[in-house]
Design a protein around this ligand. Structure first.
Ligand code: TRP
Length: 377
């Protein structure tokens, strides 16, 4: 369990400790999303998505460049993905919901990569059929969010590799061992599949350009832990004559425990999309809050929404601006107790799950329509 005072670790495989997002921007060399940039986005989208307004998406590379190309009449494609190692929890949905908004507002095609190969290589205990099974299960969650089947292609790595391979090896030829070792911290004992894998995660960034036969800008919405992949991808791009992919980075959705992101390896503090409403309710009722030891004390001193996982859920997913503002005020003022807050969140989560699970069932009939396959070429 990651406590809040632990040292920050952010890699594609581990996120723990207290996350200092400003420090990440500095260390990774990305750019903060400025008010000017938000204004420029809003010109095209009409309204700003709450995830932009609330700085859940907070950092970028070349977002200004993507907008410039767009303003000059050049469409871009979106690319994001998922390492299918288990069920999806509602934290995973946060960037996907945002990606759907981008697809709608910019009429953009989306490539979504399911990296069953990556998860097979990474997890010693996995047989190949395990991540393959999760790739299908997780795709249902993606489809349930309402992506447009005409504009969305889900790439199942192990199924589509024939098509991806020509690009993967051209990319791989420009990535050296010394680079990937330095960027990803690979060891002598790391299996060689993992060493090659960064080339595979780079492929969808160039796929549209390759298939179209001319350069198409690509924007990658993803949590900031994936940034090392984009650094090596961007290095290779000009060597192959492609545009560098742009990124827009989001924060990690916290779990229901104390500190740390929601993680499938901590099921008691993660709400899975396939949890029954009753199970999810229990998890919310057991959540870590910013409350005081006694009701009397809380009434007198108020509570702390900034460390509260219940507040975080309302903030990331469930409440509009007015509700959030009121809740924050009442929490700080000691006007509302944690039990009430948990109750409100429980109802929202239950409603969300019931609706999502219905759409998820329906998605089973549409899975094939979303698959990337060589016929698309
Ligand atoms: N490596 C990612 C993971 O483990 C999966 C992934 C592949 C991805 N391509 C992506 C995530 C593009 C975000 C954007 O989850």
């Amino acid at each position: 369990m990651s406590a809040n005072n632990e040292e920050m670790v952010v890699t594609p495989w581990e996120v723990s400790g207290k996350i200092d997002y400003d420090k990440l921007v500095r260390e990774f060399g990305t750019q903060p999303i400025t008010p000017e940039l938000l204004e420029r986005i809003q010109k095209h989208t009409g309204t700003l998505h709450p995830q932009l307004q609330r700085r859940i998406f907070f950092s970028h590379r070349d977002l200004d460049w993507i907008l410039q190309r767009y303003e000059a009449g050049e469409k871009f494609v979106l690319y994001t993905g998922r390492g299918p190692s288990g069920p999806v929890h509602i934290g995973h949905l946060v960037p996907w919901i945002f990606t759907k908004y981008l697809q709608d507002k910019f009429d953009a095609k989306l490539y979504f990569q399911m990296t069953d190969d990556e998860k097979f290589l990474y997890h010693d205990e996995f047989s190949l059929d395990e991540p393959q099974k999760w790739a299908y299960e997780n795709a249902l969650d993606l489809i349930a969010l309402g992506f447009d089947p005409k504009k969305t292609r889900i790439i199942m790595d192990t199924k589509s590799m024939g098509t991806l391979y020509n690009l993967a090896i051209r990319i791989a030829k420009h990535m050296t061992f010394s680079t990937v070792r330095a960027v990803f911290g690979f060891q002598d004992s790391t299996n060689i599949g993992m060493l090659f894998y960064p080339a595979i995660q780079a492929v969808p960034a160039f796929l549209e350009s390759e298939l179209e036969g001319h350069n198409v800008p690509c924007l990658i919405p993803a949590a900031i832990d994936q940034d090392p992949y984009w650094r090596v991808t961007r290095d290779v791009a000009p060597k192959l004559g492609f545009y560098k992919p742009a990124q827009i980075h989001c924060r990690f959705v916290p779990g229901l425990g104390r500190g740390g992101k929601m993680s499938a390896s901590m099921p008691e503090t993660s709400i899975f999309t396939v949890d029954s409403p009753e199970v999810a309710a229990k998890k919310v009722m057991g959540a870590f809050t910013g409350g005081r030891a006694t009701i009397e004390e809380q009434k007198r001193l108020g509570a702390n929404p900034d460390i509260c996982s219940v507040f975080a859920y309302d903030y990331f997913l469930f409440m509009d601006d007015k509700e959030i503002e009121d809740l924050r005020f009442n929490c700080l003022a000691g006007n509302i107790m944690c039990g009430e807050c948990k109750q409100v969140l429980t109802e929202r989560v239950k409603k969300f799950l019931v609706e999502h699970q219905e759409k998820r069932e329906k998605a089973k009939d549409h899975f094939e329509e979303f698959l990337f396959n060589p016929k698309d070429i």
